[in-house]
Design a binder for this molecule. Sequence first.
Ligand code: NAD
Ligand code: MG
Length: 341
Amino acid sequence: MAKMYYEVDADPSLVLGKKVLIIGYGSQGHAHALNLADSGVDVTVGLRENSPSTDKAKAAGLKVSTVAEAAKTADLIMFLSPDTVQKKIYEAEVAPQLRPGVAIAFAHGFNVRFGQIAAPADVDVIMIAPKGPGHLLRRTYQEGGGIPSLIAVEQDATGIAHSIALSYAHAIGSTKAGVLDTTFSEETETDLFGEQVVLCGGLASLVQAGFETLVEAGYQPESAYFECLHELKLIVDLLYEEGLSGMWFSVSETAEYGGLTRGPRIVTSETKTEMKKVLEEIQTGKFADEWIAENEAGQPHFNALRKQANDHPIEDVGRQLRAMMPFLSTGKPGIRDISGG
Ligand code: NAD
Ligand code: MG
């Protein structure tokens, strides 16, 4: 088993002695800022002049400033703006203010792993990546718990960068659940692989292809929707609670036998070969180059793909069916931010 860190392993005084600048007040930003402040840390939220988040952060009792202004005195600067704008913010507002011994921190390794942000050698570069969406990070902390975090050190100028990262993880509540060491490469590459191959990309393609197969064979789109999309929730809950074997145990024997014999015909060795290629594109930086260029061009291909996905027939029938099930999406403000980082 890998080494896990818990409350007794952290030195809370390290982060308590620092002025912390949280850049951004979105999903992760609000949770980090509020958890740190409740733990007694001196926090400032860095936002654009006319940011719509300014009022929210002030109403929550937090200090708000521009990034450039707060960076002049900050000892630890956490980047929680979208990954696609971090390089610009770093170059324009953070880099000119950096002093020796300051720590810059991330909740996802993309920009450091792919060379978009390279700090001077006298600055610590660390990661504290909570393994969950921001609203859960906040809610669990308020309930007296925490969600696990990964921490990493890319650059250790102070000699205590790891202890600083662990102290920060402690202050956002993560040492209650467990903190695990990783590296910027491991976190970034596994995160991209997971979202591309299994969690988001692979799953969406599997669901669409199953739906299309049933509809093309003449079955009702409503039946195909329930079968290939709606019921996934029940199966995923079983996986989450009891693993694959718990899922096999809970479904009927017919489902178990049919699944065990047919599943490997759907995800074949050919599929796995393609997975390896996708992983290689991540490792070599090919995917990162493509995504960075796409952003520089204003996301034309991305927007076209989004439109295409949104116009798929499974979405039409799904919207109609879910409109009759309003209870599905009530009380879930964070429903749209679960795939970040
Ligand atoms: P988000 O989109 O929810 O919020 C981004 C925030 O940045 C917003 O408040 C926005 O107003 C602000 N912002 C945008 N441009 C800015 C600028 N120029 N200057 C200052 N602020 C600016 O983002 P998020 O999902 O919280 O992601 C933040 C980071 O956390 C990313 O690195 C992401 O990979 C990582 N992460 C996210 C999650 C998640 O659950 N969403 C989980 C783990 C890690
Ligand atoms: Mg992820």
